[in-house]
Design a protein around this ligand. Structure first.
Ligand SMILES: Cc1ncc(COP(=O)(O)O)c(C=O)c1O
Ligand SMILES: N[C@@H](CCCC[NH3+])C(=O)O
Length: 463
């Protein structure tokens, strides 16, 4: 296909089928700072640059698809959370969003703690030198082996998720002659306004122990009786990709209510509470994320006010942001393979990755933005669906987006805000090789997670 205006392009913009989009943006070359990291810009040739390096050079050196992560942006966001909460609180980065040894080192340097939820995440954290007392261990079904390893290593806290786990952790700690610091995760009964699969504080889901019916209070009773446990606090995480602050506020209110009940019943003031992660980020220009200082102020005020009213010593607060730190710091770079206009519908743009590097669209119907980045273009906008190379019609990266009508094979396009839950949820579906993560900063780019090779895949095959 030539680079002249796409025959179906303008027509598509006039006759729009149903979709998630609003009108085509006024300027397809513009980069909305809401969804693009601060150091991303276009050079005089219209080529996207990140940290001063242009994406054509990055594609040549590292191949596509690949995630490019802006280290200075990551550090700035981590620091913003630390500063917002101050020295009287702790910020635990949620490793599930994206974890690598380099990231662990950055977090350590920036004074953050780490939340891990599997033996693998724990191993990564320890191997990169995160002090073990700054690690919190999560999960609704930690294996006995994982618990043993965490207790032996001396993790700062284990977050208990069920009655059975209360007993399990206590036994293992006792066997090891230790007293493990623990929090109990409760479900506060909040309906967080987010996708059903990532809401976690309503009652009918798998995480935590319900506050309702006195179950959380009973869990506290049991934990306080067990010698292997030092109950240090209560934990609540209401879900992910949330913009509405009221859910966090109600959760904080209910957690403090439980602390008060515990004091009244047991004469014990628990010294810590964790209010989880979940702050949303901008995936498209329609999203309006809140800043860390806003959530810090709201949570700190509620907790302090309600503790004062109840004559309760204000507990040390911790939070667990994942997406809000790493999400906006990376974009995925793809090469366009085929451009297929479907008359009266939209143009299907196939890229060299797909649901194996970003499952979120297929899983949550997530929305993303996309831009042509190897050049600028003045062609008319054409309505597109960016799809992957997998044998799956739901293999969609960006459901609805406008790209220039002269888009052609060989062009590079980039999807911003893919730092969280993309590489960490990547798969080898269709034996596709998982892409690398390249950290960009100070005019340099370096691989922090290398691209998989066919040898990596074959190494697991036996016989
Ligand atoms: C217990 C816990 N803490 C923190 C997080 C991080 O959430 P987010 O990445 O939305 O900040 C999650 C994931 O939702 C979680 O399950
Ligand atoms: N993986 C989810 C969020 C779940 C977070 C873990 N509790 C996402 O991509 O949005």
């Amino acid at each position: 296909m030539s680079r002249s205006a796409h025959p179906a392009g303008p027509r598509h913009a006039d006759v729009l089928p149903e979709g998630h989009y609003s009108a085509p943006p006024a300027d397809l070359n513009a980069l909305d700072p809401k969804v693009w990291s601060e150091t991303v810009t276009r050079n005089q040739d219209g080529v996207l640059t990140v940290g001063g390096i242009d994406v054509k050079r990055l594609a040549e050196e590292f191949g596509t698809p690949a995630y490019f992560l802006d280290e200075s942006d990551f550090r700035a966001r981590a620091r913003a959370w630390r500063t917002a909460f101050g020295d009287d609180a702790d910020v635990f980065y949620a490793g599930k969003a994206f974890l690598s040894r380099a990231v662990v080192r950055w977090l350590h340097e920036e004074g953050l703690n780490l939340d891990v939820c599997s033996g693998g995440e724990l191993a990564t954290a320890l191997s990169a030198g995160m002090p073990v007392e700054r690690i919190a261990f999560h999960g609704n079904n930690k294996s006995s082996a994982e618990i043993r390893r965490a207790v032996e290593a001396g993790v700062g806290r284990i977050v208990l998720d069920s009655f059975q786990e209360i007993v399990r952790v206590a036994h293992i700690a006792q066997e090891l002659g230790k007293r493990q610091r623990v929090q109990i995760r409760i479900t506060v009964g909040v309906e967080a306004h987010t996708h059903e699969f990532i809401a976690t504080a309503h009652e009918d889901q798998k995480f935590g122990i319900p506050l309702a019916g006195g179950q959380a209070a009973e869990a506290v009773r049991r934990a306080l009786q067990l010698d292997g446990l030092e109950l240090i606090g209560i934990h609540s995480h209401i879900g992910s990709q949330i913009f509405d602050m009221s859910g966090f506020e109600v959760a904080a209110h209910r957690v403090v209510g439980l602390l008060k009940d515990i004091r009244d019943e047991h004469g014990v003031e628990l010294p810590e509470i964790d209010l989880g992660g979940g702050l949303g980020i901008a995936y498209t220009s329609d999203d309006d994320p809140r800043e860390p200082h806003e959530i810090a102020k709201a949570l700190t005020e509620i907790v302090t006010r309600e503790c004062d009213a109840a004559r309760l010593t204000t507990p040390r607060i911790s939070v667990e942001p994942g997406r809000a730190i790493v999400g906006p710091t990376a974009f995925t770079l793809y090469e366009v393979g085929t451009v297929k206009p479907l008359d009266g519908l939209r143009t299907y743009v196939s890229v060299d990755g797909g649901m194996s590097d970003n499952i979120r669209t297929a899983l949550y119907d997530a929305e993303y933005s996309v831009a042509l980045v190897s050049r600028s273009s003045e062609a008319e906008p054409m309505l597109c669906r960016v799809v992957g190379k997998h044998c799956e019609s739901g293999d969609i990266v960006v459901r609805d987006a406008f790209l220039p009508g002269d888009l052609a094979p060989g062009d590079l396009i980039a999807v911003p805000a893919t730092g969280a839950y993309c590489r960490s949820m990547a798969s080898n579906y269709n034996h596709v090789l998982r892409p690398p993560v390249v950290a960009v900063g100070g005019g340099e780019a370096r691989v922090i997670v290398r691209r998989e090779t066919e040898e990596d895949l074959l190494r697991l095959d036996v016989g």
